[in-house]
Design a protein around this ligand. Structure first.
Ligand code: HEM
Length: 460
């Protein structure tokens, strides 16, 4: 049988030889490699991979076409999402076009205004517990990466599932990271064996997934003891997932499990990654921290911060916007084209893999002045208010865009602002040693954690 000849490339890009010579760089610093590829070949780069043809898209309008204006022509059957589904199953994040819409409709009420108001209560409790844990750490080095993972996991557990994960947070955070690190490894290694094979990697992944499954089982058992009373409004996402509808239909146990794991995974490491980089940037930009402290100290001293304080915290929101620009936790968004299309003048055949990298779009010199600089005020207008035109623009994609826009965006922004506002006036952090290397795994994490020296300034 004759082998199918690969189609000729439709966009500039590196040769196979260049890729081979770049293997060490790709391993050591994948973000630098992507930046170099865009610098050398432009806004649509084609990698020398025949099947599927693979493109890196950094042109903001082309990215918008993939995610928003022609979103129907792009699905999620990509290696990244297929591998992630080894952990999450077909939950909302990985579900492809046909199963996705009813899932989104089902869980959307968990993110309505009144549910978000309650998030501030959960954030406050988690911050208080963190300050308790830090009480005897004044003057010592603490790992902000670990602290933010723990905190974000507690918030997602209590806000969405009414579950107190504080006792189990470290174990669960470890299981999530273990599982996601292996997901990344498998997605990057074409030779990785399917889960049925007992390779060391697969065994670690199975163990981590079991730990997550046990946490879900415990949550469900607790809810069986405390079910929704007939006529009562769903209290949180778990009630929505367990609801039996008027026509008698309900999610299967497996479907509930997939959504719970999806929300634990999608809802905590992302927020934790953003907050971790926020502390690193604040620790190295004292003038930004001074301004942040000036805005947040009065709010913290009064009572808060609580949901109603958000309007008083525009600079804090701008700090978070700028952190998400420089360190977008979801640094890659992938899609599979379902039909032929054209992106920024490049013909893209059906079946191609499209890689949109917010990391590159957010550093595009045609959109951002001094893109490498940490300058929160770029997100404020002359009246000192948040620039909504900028956060909704084509050049800013920390939460994706279009129909698959992050469902947790408002919760994440609220949580991020509240954590910064609660901690910024109470602590000081200073760097110890060299700046951390940003490692892009499922999210961007500081390699080896983020050790910073802690000073406690105010009691809770
Ligand atoms: C700073 C924090 C966060 C960032 C940067 C972030 C980023 C993103 C991005 C880029 C997407 C779109 C992926 C794509 O188009 O392929 C997404 C989707 C999603 N996110 Fe987030 N996320 C964050 C927080 C959260 C939180 C707090 C939750 C839930 C509690 C959450 C749950 C989800 C889910 C379920 C989806 C899939 C939505 C759908 O396809 O309908 N995320 N997120």
């Amino acid at each position: 049988m004759a082998l199918k000849r690969p189609a000729p490339p439709t966009a500039p890009g590196p040769t196979g030889g260049v890729m081979l010579r770049s293997i060490a760089e790709i391993r050591r610093d994948p973000l630098a490699f992507l930046t170099r590829m865009r610098g050398e070949f432009g806004d649509v780069v084609q990698f020398p991979i025949p099947d599927p043809p693979t493109y890196l898209v950094s042109d903001p309008e082309a990215a918008r076409r993939v995610l928003v204006t022609n979103a129907r022509a792009y699905g999620k059957r990509t290696i990244q999402y297929t591998t992630l589904s080894l952990v999450t199953g077909d939950g909302l994040l990985t579900a492809d076009t046909e199963q996705w819409r009813p899932q989104r409709r089902l869980v959307q009420p968990a993110f309505h205004h009144e549910s978000l108001e309650l998030v501030s209560v959960h954030v406050r409790a988690a911050v208080d517990r963190l300050l308790d844990r830090w009480r005897d750490r004044d003057g010592k080095v603490v790992d902000l990466d670990e602290a933010m993972m723990h905190l974000a996991l507690e918030v997602v557990g209590s806000a969405l599932f009414g579950s107190d994960l504080s006792a189990d947070a470290d174990r669960l955070a470890k299981a999530t990271i273990e599982a996601l690190d292996i997901v990344v490894k498998k997605a990057r290694s074409p030779l990785s064996l399917p889960m049925g094979f007992p390779t060391p990697t697969n065994l670690v992944l199975r163990r981590a997934v079991r730990a997550l499954d046990n946490a879900v089982d415990a949550m469900l058992a607790e809810r069986t003891r405390n079910p929704l009373v007939a006529g009562q409004k769903p209290r949180d996402m778990l009630d929505l997932l367990l609801a039996v509808h008027d026509d008698g239909s309900a999610l299967s146990k497996r479907e509930v499990r997939n959504q719970v794991i999806t929300f634990i995974v999608a809802g905590h490491e992302t927020v934790a990654s953003a907050l971790t980089w926020a502390w690193q940037l604040l620790a190295t930009h004292p003038q930004v921290w001074d301004r942040l402290r000036a805005e947040t100290a009065p709010v913290a001293a009064e009572h808060g911060p609580v949901f109603a304080d958000l309007a008083r915290l525009p600079y804090t929101a701008a700090v978070l916007d700028e952190v998400l620009r420089l360190y977008p936790p979801a640094w890659l968004i992938t899609r599979r084209s379902l039909t032929d299309d054209e992106l920024a003048g490049v013909k893209v055949a059906a079946g191609s893999l499209l890689i949109v990298s917010p990391w590159l779009v957010h550093r595009h010199e045609s959109l951002w002045v001094d893109p490498e600089q940490f300058r929160p005020e770029r997100f404020l207008d002359e009246a000192g208010q948040r620039r909504r035109d900028l956060v909704a623009g084509a050049g800013y994609l920390p939460f994706g865009a279009g129909p698959r826009l992050c469902i947790g965006r408002d919760m994440a922004l609220l949580e991020g602002v509240l954590v910064l506002a609660a901690l910024a006036p109470r602590i000081e952090l200073s760097p110890v040693g060299a700046a951390p290397v940003a490692m892009p795994l499922v999210t961007i994490r500081p390699q080896g954690g983020l050790p910073l020296r802690l000073r406690l300034l105010m009691a809770k």
